[in-house]
Design a protein around this ligand. Structure first.
Ligand code: UDP
Length: 325
């Protein structure tokens, strides 16, 4: 039986991944400090003989040494995430993202374990050629803007992982996640879709930042996990970087309208200036579109769930569960 260690396994994506791996017959261990992850995400798995967890910071190298020595493969998802959180906690963002990945890779090297590293579309920065391909240049903004600390910290994670691969042959695979959404996601840290769905369901104003003409592609979390698992189980692809995301592009204003329509909500749309929403000088991305040709060529994966279906799944989830921000 393959034993997987998921860092950040109590988070939105990590907990869905844990469920999928258990379904596939893996033994699963989760490490999560519950900074943005929530215990309730893994509570239904508690008590299973094939599942265990450690509530701990991944920078605790003693704990990580034990967990890594006992597993066959590591899915490294633990990171400081969420634009809102990144803006208000820049020290934590940099230290967790760089320090955490350093511990994961050092420990993986000790026991020579395969590591899947979660990165982000933020590393493309202000890329201007669409769709984003893995080998495109990354164009960061100035160090005086907090947002770029997140992108840069994840770019360093990628450099470090690729260096471990090139210098000592550690089997690493990096995946860059584009906007990923689905049931269980919290809106507390800034993510737009869970926020809009919950505001619409409560009949509260939908707060669209800027002019609402910026666009994103929102991928369904279960599609994304399928992509991660294809990368984890294929024999080649080590030392490579892959985009994972949807190609269905929508402006944030259209997203608000779509969600109002699907929830049949009386909510009004309010345009809020970026400086008021985040911080003065905040830089948003106008567009962010992945090329998924590389992962398709390597694994045959393409996203299959439409945004409407995902929104409906989220509405159904929030009807059953407590609204979470
Ligand atoms: N956004 C918004 N209202 C919110 C939260 C986000 O209009 O309450 C916008 C945000 O400015 C961005 C888009 O929605 O243009 C996606 O934001 P999110 O934080 O979900 O992801 P990211 O910016 O990392 O793509």
């Amino acid at each position: 039986m393959t034993h997987a260690l998921i860092t950040g396994g109590a988070g939105f994506i990590g907990s869905h991944l844990a469920e999928r791996l258990l379904k596939d017959g893996y033994q699963v261990t989760v490490i999560d400090d519950l900074s943005t992850g929530q215990f309730k995400n893994i509570a239904p798995l508690e008590g299973r003989p094939d599942f265990r967890y450690a509530i701990e910071d991944i920078r605790n190298s003693t704990v990580m040494d034990r967990l890594v020595s006992e597993c066959d493969i590591i899915y490294h998802l633990a990171a400081a995430v969420g634009v809102q959180k990144i803006i208000t906690e820049p020290i934590n963002t940099i230290e967790v993202n760089i320090g955490g990945t350093e511990v994961v890779l050092k420990t993986a090297r000790r026991y020579r374990k395969k590591v899947l590293i979660a990165s982000t579309s933020e590393v493309y920065g202000k890329g201007v050629s669409f769709p984003f391909e893995e080998d495109n240049d990354c164009l960061m903004g100035p160090t005086s803007r907090n947002r770029w600390a997140y992108a840069t910290s994840k770019a360093i994670d990628e450099f470090l992982a690729l260096a471990y691969h090139r210098e000592i042959g550690l089997p690493v695979v990096i995946f860059r996640l584009f906007n990923t959404v689905g049931p269980r996601q919290s809106g507390q840290y800034g993510m737009v879709v869970p926020r809009f769905v919950q505001w619409a369901m409560k009949g509260e104003p939908i707060r669209v930042y800027g002019d609402g003409q910026q666009s994103r592609c929102f991928g369904n979390v279960l599609d994304v996990i399928d992509a991660i698992q294809r990368l984890a189980t294929m024999s080649d692809g080590v030392g490579e970087v892959f985009n994972i995301g949807s190609s269905e592009e929508i402006s944030i204003l259209q997203l608000a309208e779509r969600i109002i329509e699907r929830t049949d909500s009386p909510s009004e749309i309010k345009l809020i200036p970026y400086a008021e929403a985040y911080e003065p000088g905040f830089e948003d991305f106008r567009r962010r579109v992945p090329s998924t040709e590389k992962i398709k060529r390597a694994t045959g994966w393409t996203p299959t769930t439409s945004l409407d279906t995902t929104i409906d799944q989220m509405i159904a989830y929030y009807k059953e569960h407590e609204i979470n921000g």
